[in-house]
Design a protein around this ligand. Structure first.
Ligand code: SF4
Ligand code: SF4
Length: 500
């Protein structure tokens, strides 16, 4: 049941710019990480005594390391194009949730410490030194950015607020001010192999359960194997795929697709997580430590290729960063792209007529598709520009008779974040999560009214978890949320064709 957070009535029309409400979200911030969670990631356990100096020093390091960050600090012309593009501003009216204002929280310190004008004339330059107040603003508002990059699409200079927010979080971690949700989860994946702390025994039981359920339903045995050396494919899925709904229905679909393709596959108990929260905290080192487990698992299991499941930010890490983080993949079969997205795998099989599909199995559904931020604006699929938009839609159209897109200003590169990405999918930020989901809920309401849409499919574990939780606040049922491979799973006719 939805709680007491108030939400406006949905119209389905373009959202109005909200009245500006200064400080509306100033008191909302995440829980602090415990000492052990910080030290496990090689950050100071608690805030260091000389934290102001250390924070400025770290900012200097990042400005040298990431030239883009220095450029972003310098080039904003205050044109205002980004001001109404953030879902958190549209949902809260807090002016610090305008992307340009969020950037200014770091820029004012940058001016004070790294520009001559800011050093000599701080008042004229709107420069400010690091202080308790500034840190409090960073702590709140850099944890009210889901790093979705929508604002950067509308910025004439391409300023990436997500990168600024990642840098701010890295600076805070470096002085012992870490976020509980992200750092605790990163500890689990580094220690146990997945975000949820599922041990190998529990994972084996889950896979056995999926296998039994699937067989009972279809009367055909489809395998869901773990730690099988020499399999063709190592499947790396977000761990939510092993137990949450509608994630697990999608996972069931992956198995059916591999079965029909005649490809042997396995999950690894050592690396049973595709999500990589190292990106959310801006830490390249942590991101690499998480990703390294996947490389080790693929190597040790002697697979030919790596296929990854439905997870938005992790696809960005895999697609954009794995090569430099954990490449080269010279021990894998060079005929395949590393990583391959499960949507690429499935679409390829469909195009080769390698799987029999019964679209009528989804006839009770009128489906729309939610583009996830990190897939849409930070990666690609297939060999064509826009493949990340077309391939999931092509799959849905191949397995469903009724598909309709939402308002074009809310999809593809203009998509709105679900409101829970970027390390914000935690209960203490529920107020922000609900309000940030307003633009997507409103566009969804539009096609529910106009076309009778009753299913919103997606390919991101965080989007699925977020929407099932927050859509009821907008009087939209949580069971509208579906995995793309859940729809595939329903339509696959097992044994219909020989896939390879
Ligand atoms: S990256 Fe996304 S969440 Fe962050 S300021 Fe831009 S639009 Fe808002
Ligand atoms: S759109 Fe870009 S240049 Fe314009 S105010 Fe926003 S960040 Fe600055």
């Amino acid at each position: 049941m939805a709680g007491k957070i108030e939400t406006p009535p949905l119209t389905g029309d373009k959202l109005p710019i909200p009245p500006v409400s200064p400080g509306a979200m100033a008191n909302l911030s995440p829980n602090r990480a415990a000492e052990g969670h910080n030290t496990f990631l090689n950050f100071p356990g608690v805030r260091v005594g000389d934290w102001k100096e250390k924070a400025v020093e770290k900012m200097g390091d990042l400005l040298d390391k990431y030239k883009s960050l220095r450029v972003f600090m310098d080039i904003c012309v205050k044109c205002g194009s980004c001001t109404d593009k953030c879902h958190y501003f549209l949902g809260t009216g807090d002016p610090n949730n305008m992307p340009v204002a969020r950037q200014e929280l770091m820029r004012k310190v940058y001016r004070k410490e790294f520009t001559l004008g800011g050093k000599l004339f701080p008042g004229l330059s709107r420069a400010e030194e690091m202080s308790e107040d500034v840190l409090a603003q960073w702590w709140s508002y850099y944890h009210q950015c889901s790093q979705c990059r929508r604002c950067s699409v509308y910025c004439p200079y391409g300023i990436d607020t997500a990168e600024i927010s990642m840098a701010a979080r890295e600076i805070m971690d470096s002085v012992g001010v870490g976020q509980k949700y992200c750092n605790e989860i990163l500890g689990k994946v580094l220690e146990i192999g997945n975000n949820l702390g599922i041990n190998p025994h529990a994972l084996a039981n889950t896979l056995e359960f999926v296998e039994e359920e699937q067989e009972e339903e279809s009367q055909v045995k489809v395998r869901y194997p773990m730690d099988e050396s020499g399999a063709d494919v190592l499947l790396i899925a977000p761990s939510a795929d092993f137990f949450s709904s509608p994630h697990i229905e999608g996972f069931t679909g992956y198995g059916k697709i591999f079965h029909e393709a005649g490809v042997s596959w396995t999950v690894s108990s050592y690396a049973s997580e595709f999500a990589n929260f190292g990106m959310f905290i801006g830490s390249y080192d942590t991101m690499r430590r998480v990703a390294e487990r996947i490389r080790e698992a693929a190597h040790d299991l002697k697979v030919k290729r790596i296929v990854v499941g439905e997870c938005g930010h992790a696809w960005r890490v895999g697609y954009s960063f794995w090569n430099t983080l954990i490449g080269p993949f010279d021990f894998l079969d060079p005929s395949y792209r590393t990583p391959t997205h499960i949507c690429e795998f499935t679409w390829d099989l469909i195009q080769r007529d390698g799987v029999k599909l019964d679209k009528s199995a989804n006839d009770e559904r009128v489906v729309t598709f939610h583009d996830s931020c990190n897939v849409s604006r930070a990666s690609r699929m297939g060999d064509m520009p826009g493949g990340q938009y077309d391939i999931p839609r092509n799959i849905i159209k191949a397995v469903c008779n009724h598909f309709v897109d939402m308002d074009e200003e809310t999809i593809k590169e203009a998509t709105y974040c679900c409101g829970g990405g970027g390390g914000l999918l935690t209960d203490e930020l529920m107020d922000l999560r609900v309000k940030g989901a307003l633009p997507r809920a409103n566009a969804l309401h539009g096609v529910m009214e106009s076309h009778g849409v009753n299913t919103m499919a997606m390919i991101c574990a965080i989007c699925k978890a977020q929407f099932t939780k927050v859509l009821p606040y907008y009087h939209i049922p949580m069971d509208m949320v579906a995995s793309v491979h859940q729809l595939v799973s329903s339509a696959v006719v097992l044994g219909g064709k020989k896939g390879v």
